[in-house]
Write a protein that binds this ligand. Structure first.
Ligand code: FES
Length: 155
């Protein structure tokens, strides 16, 4: 039998903080702030969470495709702060790194960050679907009193 549990908004099954999907984001991890300019949007991230993941969980969509540091679709300018990479060789040249370009799909915050990401979007929350219900069919009323029951004859 399948059971569902109604969780308080922003809480994981273990009662700790959760992302918008209800996934545990860790109770003891420090939260770091990411500001997305020029929009001025902010979201929180944990040191083990990629900036792309954290943004998506908070409703901030940075451009992306491969999510593994190779396609460069997510390339973004880091204005301030420190990051580290989940992979050893993210697809950036030494010069690009020196100029502040990062790949948010494999980058994790090491401090509060400011990104220059004019291409970021924040899709409006999808409207809740309207549930249509058909009118209930009229219930036929049947008189089943002994006076109205058909009589049967025994042969
Ligand atoms: S999404 Fe492909 S490198 Fe980031």
């Amino acid at each position: 039998m399948e059971r569902s549990i109604e969780l308080p908004k922003g809480r994981a099954v273990n009662g700790g903080p959760a992302d918008r999907s209800g996934h545990d984001i860790g109770m003891d991890e420090p939260r770091l702030r990411v500001t997305v300019e020029p929009h001025g949007w902010t979201f929180e991230t944990a040191p083990d969470q990629s900036l792309l993941q954290a943004g998506l969980a908070a409703g901030v969509r940075l451009p992306h495709s491969c999510r593994n540091g190779t396609c460069r679709a997510c390339i973004t300018q880091l204005r301030s702060g420190e990051i580290s990479y989940r992979i050893e060789w993210p697809g950036l040249s030494r010069e690009e790194k020196a100029e502040g370009w990062i790949l948010p799909c494999v980058a994790c915050a090491r401090s509060d960050l400011v990104l220059d990401a004019p291409q970021a979007t924040r899709p409006a929350a999808a409207p809740r679907p309207t549930v249509l219900t058909a009118p209930k069919p009229p219930v036929a009323s049947v008189d089943v009193s002994p006076d109205t029951l058909p009589t049967t004859t025994q042969k």
